[in-house]
Unconditional design. Structure first.
Length: 372
């Protein structure tokens, strides 16, 4: 299926109209939940690693995200799934650019035995809903954008290479042609009842469908250190706008597994004392913790390899379902530090090679955020 540039621009206007359908944020009292507000810069690159450093496959990604109640409108809230009966919900809008390259970035000819070049430019609208007392989270994301030369992957990557005096990447003229990105993702996360006051253990599952990618994923996530809670807003980023003031009746709502995040000596005391502990933990200004994650996914269709299901023009060459491995194993670990409004995260990614089948490749990610 093909689509013209004019139709793509029209669809873009409709998409932006939907996600900004209510540009008046609703005020709430100090006793009610107030959405966290932050600006986040998220940058991924193999330059942030030493071992398994490689300018191949997923080579670079830039993400600008704004979380704000202005993105909470009836239309978006209706179309993005989540828990209905919960006040703990947050919305964000991000703009992203991702770049994928083959292993040999100096060859100018097409290599049908390796992954193709692919540049992506897209917006992501996200809704996060939490059931705090049960330790559950549902995250919904809507993706809209373009894959192909219009995404400016060639210009972005070679611009960086020029700035750091690296050789330019020579095969971008063979990248996948322009195609539509219109995807939807649903992520469910659940607290595992072996957690403690200084640890959290979770399992999660992801289902992703659309014109670009179709896959399922499952994984385990663990963190240890000093933190607030992963089931309050965006995975526990401290919210200076909130003054948490839970009561004894609120603690009584907690599931048995959820209460294991309260120290045993505190659980032996009254519900009022347990509420004081939870309030003190959630109102922390300083966080410092280590995290790790292991996931397994299966790609039914990988659009960064085969092209979008809705192409604007034919691709230079085609790879079929049998030309690459569809099972992926990913490991991630890193550290987070937050003090008041400032948030910094470093993460390291390792993934199996699904094209040459000769081991693993890796990249790093830096996240800098200002909470306001």
């Amino acid at each position: 299926m093909k689509i013209s540039r004019e139709k793509f621009l029209a669809i873009s206007i409709i998409f932006l109209s939907i996600i900004t359908g209510n540009l008046v944020a609703q005020d709430s009292s100090s006793t009610e939940y107030q959405q966290i507000r932050f600006f986040k810069l998220n940058q991924s690159n193999d330059l942030y690693t030493y071992l398994y450093q490689s300018d191949k496959y997923f080579t670079d990604g830039v993400n600008f995200e704004l979380a704000h109640p202005v993105f909470n409108n009836k239309v978006s809230d209706y179309f993005l799934l989540g828990f209905k009966e919960t006040p703990y919900r947050d919305f964000s809008l991000s703009f992203n650019q991702d770049m994928y390259t083959p292993e040999n970035t100096q060859a100018t000819e097409v290599d049908s035995t390796d992954r193709p070049y692919a540049g992506q430019l897209y917006a992501t609208y996200a809704k996060y809903t939490n059931q705090f007392f049960k330790g559950r989270k549902i995250t919904s994301r809507l993706f809209f954008g373009i894959q192909g030369p219009w995404a400016l992957g060639k210009q972005a990557q070679n611009g960086v290479h020029s700035a750091i005096n690296n050789e330019p990447v020579k095969g971008w003229d063979n990248q996948l042609s322009n195609g539509l990105i219109f995807d939807y993702e649903l992520n469910y996360m659940q607290l595992i009842p072996v957690s403690s006051p200084i640890t959290e253990l979770h399992y999660f599952g992801i289902a992703h469908i659309g014109t670009l990618n179709n896959f399922i994923e499952a994984g385990i996530r663990f963190k240890i250190g000093r933190f607030t809670d992963s089931y309050m807003n965006f995975y526990g980023i401290a919210n200076p706008r909130m003054n948490y003031n839970f009561k004894a009746d609120d603690i009584a709502k907690m599931s048995p597994s959820r209460r294991k995040t309260i120290p045993k000596r505190i659980r032996a005391l009254s519900l009022e004392d347990q509420a004081k502990y939870i309030n003190k933990k959630l109102n922390r200004k300083f966080q410092l913790y280590f995290f790790t994650e292991a996931t397994a996914s299966y790609f039914i269709y990988d659009g960064s390899v085969q092209g979008s299901l809705i192409q604007f023009s034919p691709n230079t060459y085609e790879l079929s379902y049998s030309d690459y491995e569809h099972s992926e194993i990913l490991g991630r670990y890193g550290v987070v530090i937050q003090y008041s409004h400032f948030y910094l995260e470093y993460a390291r990614y390792l993934q199996n090679d699904i094209y040459k089948e000769v081991g693993v490749f890796g990249y790093g990610k830096m996240i800098l955020s200002w909470v306001f």
